[in-house]
Design a protein around this ligand. Structure first.
Ligand code: NAD
Length: 293
């Protein structure tokens, strides 16, 4: 089994590291939050006091960090200066394509293989080990990483060269942001028309309006017991993270000359939601803003 350094043990990284430890890998874990490290140790990981200490002697490094600036900083300052040849680098964070390609180029310059491997499936998928991984990088790195990723996920897709995993991810999350707004609007319209939320769910979940935002992550309490709506919109996936991803999609669309008017509208709505004090709420809480609350 491999010696794996895992950096970033938040809502997603925590359960992902736990699944690697459960699969008998030797996981050394680091996060800026002591309580996140303690939780990982409880699930079988070994504690590191710094990121540099975590990567010493590792064969594989996995990172699950908030955004591109964190990934650049951790690889530039902590990871790359402290590892030897032959270490495989896997960044699972959702970040901008440029940062992903920048860090992969630094790794290549140091003679190291790196993949961007962002995920879909949320905290539920991270915990159950059923995430979808979308991977950008070379064939050899992908082949090496696959058995590790299979301990954390069910669908592992090689999306192409470095950065293409991130490209797939921002396209997916643009759909997610738009569909969550659409589902939320429909529930609020139903409410005002006197249609019960459960009845609406029963109809739409088996009709042509069905989608992941409705069936797995229903934004109103009741129909889907595991959804954050049933626990006062505790994340889950924060509204701040959704806004980050929608902004990444808008930047990419602008750079590539793609027309994404609904993506732009969703970015505006999540910006309003986040800036009215809801950054740390689950993104499905946008239903409350659309309800006028
Ligand atoms: P989170 O905020 O819960 O976790 C991030 C962790 O990184 C935190 O524990 C933080 O302390 C740690 N961290 C930040 N800077 C660090 C550093 N320099 N060194 C060590 N640790 C550091 O976020 P999350 O929800 O776990 O999301 C992580 C990534 O996964 C994001 O890029 C997000 O977009 C993506 N993602 C999240 C979900 C989800 O449902 N939460 C789903 C898919 C993808």
């Amino acid at each position: 089994m491999a010696k794996i350094a895992f950096i970033g043990l938040g809502n997603m990284g925590g359960p992902m590291a736990a699944n690697l430890a459960k699969a008998q890998h030797h996981v050394t874990a680091f996060d800026l939050s002591d309580s996140a490290v303690a939780a990982a140790v409880e699930k079988g990981a070994h504690k590191a006091a710094t990121a540099a200490e975590a990567v010493k002697g590792a064969e594989v490094v996995v990172t699950m960090l908030p955004a591109g600036k964190h990934v650049r900083e951790v690889y530039e300052k902590d990871v790359l200066p402290n590892i030897g040849k032959g270490v495989l680098l896997i960044d699972c964070s959702t970040i901008d394509v440029d940062s992903a390609r920048h860090v992969a180029a630094l790794a290549a310059k140091a003679g190291l293989e790196m993949i961007d491997a962002p995920v879909s499936g949320g905290v539920g998928g991270a915990t159950a080990g059923t995430l979808t991984f979308m991977v950008g990088g070379g064939d050899a790195a992908f082949a090496k990483a696959k058995p590790i990723l299979e301990k954390m996920g069910k669908n592992i897709v090689h999306a192409g060269a470095s950065g293409n995993g991130q490209a797939a991810k921002i396209c997916n999350n643009m759909i997610l942001g738009v569909s969550m707004v659409a589902v939320s609007e429909a529930f609020m319209l139903a409410k005002r028309l006197g249609l019960d939320a459960q009845k609406m769910f029963d109809v739409v979940s088996t009709s042509s309006g069905s989608c992941w935002s409705l069936v797995n992550y229903c934004p109103v309490p009741g129909p889907v017991p595991a959804s954050p709506a049933n626990r006062d919109y505790q994340p889950g996936f924060t509204a701040a993270m959704m806004l980050k991803d929608l902004m990444l999609a808008q930047q990419a669309a602008s750079a590539a000359g793609a027309s994404t008017p609904l993506g732009a509208e969703a970015a505006q709505l999540f910006s309003l939601f986040v800036n009215s004090g809801n950054a740390a709420k689950d993104f499905s809480g946008i239903v409350r803003m659309l309800d006028g609350k």
